[in-house]
Design a protein around this ligand. Sequence first.
Ligand SMILES: [Fe+2]
Ligand SMILES: [Fe+2]
Length: 177
Amino acid sequence: MPSDELVSQLNEQIGHEFAAHQQYVACAVYYDSETLPQLARFFYRQALEERDHAMMLVQYLVDQDLQAVVPGVNAPQVAFTDIVAPVTLALAQEREVSQQINALAARARSENDYTSEQFLQWFIKEQIEEVATMSDLLRVVERSQDHAMDIEDYLAREQLGQVAADPTAPHPAGAGG
Ligand SMILES: [Fe+2]
Ligand SMILES: [Fe+2]
């Protein structure tokens, strides 16, 4: 069983994931307002993934009869100086989450809580992908900053961040099946 401290850190992570959800919705809305539908679509989809991450953590706690606390979150950034800024923010956020997940896994291991450590392994793998995806997008957006339609074409063509269904993914609370 996770210690009280680990449970409270897992609950904090639920808050970080919901905050990431809100931030990505805000990025998507910004791009929609700039009439950049592919960038908007990318961030709407990323937002849903963040919600799933939060709900996976909720399910994990519920499954173990531990208290899952649904948190309030800080307001996301909604104004951006240019079309690069949301991606820069997103990459920084993903790097931060990677550190948070690694800290959780380290704590689980130090507590000999192999169940939680194994649960967190999926998130470690997921973070590697998310950081890579955002790094790729940042490179594309920086390169074509003054040619936004090239970015739109790239996203329409390359399906960046679209991953096939992962049977090893933890179950998000409330998801069908
Ligand atoms: Fe996440
Ligand atoms: Fe993420």
